[in-house]
Design a protein around this ligand. Structure first.
Ligand code: EPZ
Length: 430
């Protein structure tokens, strides 16, 4: 397994361009299953391990896929195996996103239960319950979800809690259902709006995306499209935190600042200077440039992770590592996932003063972190440990960086270009 080795103490400076959003790309690539005839072309797709996984999954179903750089073309016309096998699903939970589209396009699906991961149990009961309300017969046995239906029918569904991929799965399923579907207590993440915009371009009739109530009027078929996905707000937030923790100054291009209000406000409260350089056109997500200065001393802040538009759980670890070096005490409460503090134990090994009490971590700022060999446990924890290494005295070796490669394209190269002393070490080399 590859590792990343960082020599700390360098201030980052220069420019970085944010890649396409992983969590917009995954549902949008799955949506290609809803197009029974013709070839979809998706642009600004990040070259990530998870993207490769969903492309492999779609190919095993029979879809024809062509990947050229950040463009993915998919013809799902020949899909004849509506299955998502355990071997693939166990490497990427988001594979569950093919369930709704498969039932909508052909009335059959056999999808492995995703199972849990490092950050929590990650159940999919809300996905299943919603599809049953739309008329699907679903059996869960031997670790697989077996679904079948004639044609899904519209339903009025209220989620127990705002689930991002649950909202996406049912929104996709509803586009080809007979009648109207209402999703209440729906998630409001920007990636859901990106998916809805793509589905509307395909001919779907969707309104209310971005609010907690989404209305979808079913149609008989969807058309192939060319669509460019939004930039990744979590990658952008990670680079803002990198400027903050190294006291550097970086210009971030393609930063979707308009949908990053909670994290930008919180990072400004922590002492970062963050300003948009083209405030004029707030509407466009791509193309916004943000200048970040981290030179001032960091101040401790309190935060609770919440569904959008609250502070995103995917930025929790990146904020925590900043707070390790901030003046004062901070309290970070993780309300979305039950086990998303695995990075705490690794940060403690680097000299951080953190105590976990239930769903909250209490962080007392220290003068310095010291480099150490550490273990990545999940995608965002990996990024947080690299950020810690950028600021720590000495050398940090982050092991198991395959987690990082799931969600960050060439992370170490982008950091190198900003002046970091960082390199990837292939498994087995020193
Ligand atoms: C999406 O996961 C993201 N993944 C996650 O990003 C992100 O952390 C999460 O939303 C929260 O924002 C993708 O979009 C591919 P949820 P998802 O369903 O949809 C509970 C990353 O780092 N729940 O919104 O799986 C669940 O246990 C990843 O890129 C049920 O109880 O998250 C959790 O406590 C990590 N039953 C809460 O809802 C269900 O059927 C929110 O989960 C579904 C969810």
């Amino acid at each position: 397994m590859d590792a990343i080795v960082v020599q700390g103490g360098r201030r980052l400076h220069g420019e970085v361009t944010i890649s396409g959003a992983k969590n917009a790309a995954l549902p949008i690539l799955a949506a290609a299953l809803l197009v029974r005839e013709g070839r979809c072309c998706f642009r600004n797709i990040p070259r990530l391990r998870d993207i490769a996984t969903i492309c492999t999954l779609l190919e095993t179903m029979g879809a024809r896929i062509e990947v050229a750089g950040e463009q993915v073309e998919i013809d799902a016309g020949a899909v004849e195996r509506p299955e998502a096998p355990y071997e693939l699903v166990k490497t990427m939970r988001a594979s569950i996103l093919v369930l709704g589209p498969l039932l909508a396009r052909g009335g059959r699906a056999r999808v492995s239960l995703p199972g849990g991961c490092a950050i929590g149990a990650r159940p999919v009961n809300l996905h299943i319950h919603g599809l049953e309300m739309m008329g699907a017969e679903i059996k869960v046995e031997h670790g697989y979800i077996h679904g079948r239906c004639q044609r899904l029918r519209g339903a009025d569904i209220t989620f127990d809690l705002p689930t991002v991929t649950g909202t996406e799965n049912l929104m996709m399923a509803a586009t080809l259902a007979a009648g109207t579907t209402v999703l209440r207590n729906a998630a409001r993440e920007p990636e859901i709006c990106d998916l809805a915009a793509c589905l509307r371009l395909m001919g779907a009739r969707i309104s209310g995306d971005g609010s907690d109530t989404i209305v979808i009027e079913g149609v008989d078929e969807l058309q192939p499209v060319t669509y460019e996905i939004m930039p990744d707000r979590i990658e952008a937030g990670t680079f803002i935190a990198a400027a903050g923790i190294t006291g550097g100054e970086i210009r971030i291009h393609n930063c979707p600042a308009r949908v990053m209000g909670a994290e930008i406000n919180k990072l400004q409260e922590a002492g970062l200077e963050i300003e948009r350089e083209d405030a004029a056109d707030g509407e466009r997500l791509a193309g916004t440039t943000v200048l970040v200065r981290g030179g001032r001393s960091l101040r401790g802040v309190d935060v609770k992770t919440m569904p959008y538009p609250g502070f995103p759980t995917d930025m929790q670890a990146q904020l925590m590592v900043l707070m390790c070096l901030a003046a004062g005490t901070s309290v970070i409460s993780e309300t979305v996932f039950e086990n998303r503090f695995m990075h705490v134990f690794e940060l403690q090994r680097m000299g951080a003063d953190i105590e976990v009490e239930g769903r909250s971590a209490i962080i007392k700022g220290v003068k310095m972190l010291t480099g150490a060999p550490v273990m990545a446990s999940d995608l965002r924890a990996s990024a947080c440990l690299v950020l810690a290494g950028l600021a720590a005295a000495g050398e940090t070796r982050v092991n198991r960086v395959y987690h990082l490669d799931r969600g960050y394209f060439q992370f170490e190269r982008k950091l190198q270009a900003l002046g970091a002393e960082i390199r990837r070490v292939r498994a087995g080399n020193s």
